[in-house]
Design a protein around this ligand. Sequence first.
Ligand SMILES: Cc1cc2nc3c(=O)[nH]c(=O)nc-3n(C[C@H](O)[C@H](O)[C@H](O)COP(=O)(O)OP(=O)(O)OC[C@H]3O[C@@H](n4cnc5c(N)ncnc54)[C@H](O)[C@@H]3O)c2cc1C
Ligand SMILES: NC(=O)c1ccc[n+]([C@@H]2O[C@H](COP(=O)([O-])OP(=O)(O)OC[C@H]3O[C@@H](n4cnc5c(N)ncnc54)[C@H](O)[C@@H]3O)[C@@H](O)[C@H]2O)c1
Length: 452
Amino acid sequence: MEHLDAIIIGMGPGGETVASRLLEAGRRVAVIERELVGGECGYYACIPTKVLLRPPEVRAEAAGAAGVSRPDLDWPRLREYRDQMIRHLDDSAQVQGYRDQGALVFKGEGRVIGRDPWRVAVGDTELTADHVVVATGSSAVRPPIDGLDALDESVVWTNREATTLTEIPRSALVVGGSAVGVELGQFLSRMGAAVTVVQRGPRLVNREEPRLCELIGDQFARDGISVHLGAQVASVSRDGDGVLATLDNGERVRADVVVLATGRRPRTDGLGLEEAGVRTDRSGLPVDERCRAEPGLWGIGDATGVSMFTHVAKYQGRVVADNILGRERTADYTAVPRVIFSEPEIAAVGLTARQAVERGIDAVTAEADLPESLARPWTYGTDPRGTLGLVADRGRGVLVGAWAFGPMASEWIHTAALAIRAGIPVATLLDSVPQFPTFNEAYLIALEKLEA
Ligand SMILES: Cc1cc2nc3c(=O)[nH]c(=O)nc-3n(C[C@H](O)[C@H](O)[C@H](O)COP(=O)(O)OP(=O)(O)OC[C@H]3O[C@@H](n4cnc5c(N)ncnc54)[C@H](O)[C@@H]3O)c2cc1C
Ligand SMILES: NC(=O)c1ccc[n+]([C@@H]2O[C@H](COP(=O)([O-])OP(=O)(O)OC[C@H]3O[C@@H](n4cnc5c(N)ncnc54)[C@H](O)[C@@H]3O)[C@@H](O)[C@H]2O)c1
């Protein structure tokens, strides 16, 4: 039986980050992937959604750029580019790439079968290692809806069917109105589908600042998307080519497809962890601040349930690689950006005002309407919209949270992310010199409104 420095189970962005770093450092590494090297992110989540959302975004922006005629959407061409970007669901080049770097690559299901030292089985092979990294990601949650299990994936889509779609449905019922529901709902709507969103919570994107939720709600109304808040789908049944759904408030919605966007569950079942004496729960594999679950057993990415983003999986991957390589390192999640790639984009970082108050912070907030106060929204488009909100800790004189709604907010939220992470004093931020004309100037406007 071969003894290795590390075995990585799951090769999404988290697993790939650890593997690459350990291989670069000359460690003997085995990687195990049961589906595709690149993970959910590369084939069924981040990459295809961002590719699919881009043409409708360009089209909307072109409509607001003086002197440009409106581009047409070309679904077959977009589908072709999506297929190219998801590598036609073929990871052979990635597998070969890791082999070329010296890794043992196994395509199969990894399972922990013992400890001291850690033992892992894949197919008929057994391996031992000083370190095992669990990077197995998450799966779409199936909500308890009567009749759902009787319908097949031609009419009930998770993110997998939605991101690999071959035709745009005429209508779609999206269940869940946070990141997945907003991105997929807006994409389908802008490609011509009649979209209905059913959201259990009182607002879309309900974990974010209520004002931000309001802005995305207004945007969905402009898009002609029908939104049912505080509602759930009680039952579904086949109706011709599509589905008839009955909501818990008695309303009925007919759609060609139902898209499940009701959250994700860490994939820790069937990994042999409980049998090896490692505790897991519904929120995944619990890890400490070094991303360690047990001596020599590490957890990263969605499998840990800490924060389900690719940038977090990659960050935890860097933290774990450093710890394995003997460079003690802990993870800090105070300033992880949260972006929804709608049009306009939604971005947030740090605490909401309510979370700040709950933590006993003397919180002050301010908001800047971008078109009212800046030149950039007007040089960008003829019908500009956009808002920046800030949450500051009056006692410490620093920002603790920020949220934004506007073009490229995914990029300029990083000003706030850095300020929050580094604790840059509000006074220093007020003395910064943002380039004119940019969206970054909004920070000065909002900072000046903060009651110090
Ligand atoms: C529609 C959608 C859009 C998204 N867009 C974004 C975005 O724009 N930006 C962002 O930051 N995040 C986004 N996310 C979240 C992002 O996809 C995840 O946070 C990210 O994929 C987590 O990476 P991971 O490495 O932990 O897991 P994954 O990407 O899920 O990879 C885990 C891998 O482990 C493998 N595996 C599981 N069990 C085993 C086993 N027993 N043996 C071997 N292999 C196993 C799986 O096959 C998989 O390949 C999106 C999610 C969805 C659903
Ligand atoms: N751009 C990005 O970074 C991006 C994009 C997509 C997804 N993601 C990540 O992927 C993960 C999954 O996203 P998600 O949006 O599926 O999950 P989520 O857990 O963020 O939100 C699920 C939403 O569905 C609602 N819901 C749950 N059950 C319901 C039911 N039975 N009926 C109606 N509504 C119901 C909830 O109120 C909630 O608003 C998140 O962690 C998210 O951050 C990130």
